[in-house]
Design a protein around this ligand. Structure first.
Ligand code: NAP
Length: 281
């Protein structure tokens, strides 16, 4: 039997494919653009859109008994097709927002979306595991162009502290939940191993790259004015609420160790793995 990985060309999915192959699993990957997937040899790549049932024919699910669910908009179409065609077990990429641990999460864009994705699976499937990561280290790539160009990073709430998680740790947790029965029926919060202020995060990136990164604290109103054209308002609000709250209540690490048996990767390791993204080229 194969494991079907959706979102397989993404940050989490790509490492999940590699991890599953290394652990000896048969892997099929779903992509809207299979010819451009660039996945390793040994993976069968099939075409399909998670939100479009017409693209999810029997060839996608033949011989598949478990699947990793990437939380695309409209993924209910995929879950319905998968369960109808005999996929019996799912690991879902959700978000810590869906746990509604904080007031800011209730009704946030992320909570509403990921709660709906979780329900799409738990209402249809008997066997599932939900992964609820907090903020991805990959979000820091939004600073990559400033760092590449030498422009100062302009950011609010520099003293707020978050625990960004490496996408490889999410992928390895996903692999574990797909291969072992230990986490069935559970929703697992996951973060990086260290709670770091935003100023510390910039310092770690600079240290790992061997450069001084100029950093300017701006007000939330200035941030809104500077980024409002590019970031939808519900996302902007979510970010500002998160940074505001974590000034006084820093993220508490929720280590992946409980799932993977290994310590989570540090932010310095994440920067080393993304060096090329931050350096001119
Ligand atoms: N950023 C955070 O802090 C955070 C925190 C918690 C949870 N999350 C969740 O994690 C997700 C990001 O994960 P990631 O970084 O691995 O994603 P990513 O790098 O953006 O990749 C997403 C992949 O999903 C595939 N995809 C998207 N829509 C699809 C569709 N309709 N049908 C088929 N495939 C589709 C795309 O593959 P193809 O183009 O090949 O089809 C794409 O490569 C977010 O969207 C969010 O739901 C994020």
């Amino acid at each position: 039997m194969s494991i079907l990985v959706t979102g397989a060309t993404g940050a989490v999915g790509r490492h999940l494919v590699t991890t599953l192959l290394a652990r000896g699993a048969a892997v099929r990957a779903l992509s809207r653009k299979p010819d451009d997937a660039g996945l390793p040899a040994g993976v069968e790549v099939v075409a399909g859109d998670l939100a479009d049932a017409a693209t999810l024919g029997p060839e996608v699910f033949a011989g598949v008994d478990r699947a990793f669910v990437f939380p695309a908009e409209g993924v209910e179409a995929f879950v319905a097709a998968a369960t109808a065609r005999g996929v019996r077990r799912f690991t879902v990429l959700s978000s810590l927002a869906a746990a509604k641990e904080f007031r800011r999460d209730h009704g946030s864009a992320s909570q509403l979306h990921h709660t709906a994705v979780e329900s799409a699976v738990t209402s249809r499937a008997g066997a599932w595991t939900i992964l609820r990561p907090g903020t991805f280290a990959g979000n820091l790539l939004s600073w990559a162009w400033q760092i590449r160009s030498g422009a100062p990073i302009r950011a609010p709430y520099l003293a707020s502290a978050q625990a960004p998680i490496h996408e490889y740790d999410i992928a390895e947790a996903a692999a574990e939940t797909l291969l072992s029965d230990d986490h069935l029926g559970t929703a697992i919060p996951l973060t990086g191993p260290q709670s770091l202020t935003r100023a510390e995060q910039v310092a770690i990136i600079g240290e790992a790259l061997g450069m001084e990164i100029p950093l300017v604290e701006i007000t939330p109103a200035e941030f809104r004015a500077e980024t409002g054209r590019f970031v939808p308002e519900p996302v902007l609000k979510m970010l500002l609420d998160y940074w505001h709250d974590t000034l006084t209540v820093p993220d508490v690490p929720r280590p992946v160790t409980a799932v993977t048996g290994r310590p989570g990767r540090t932010l310095a390791q994440w920067v080393a793995d993304h060096r090329a993204d931050f350096t001119a080229g």
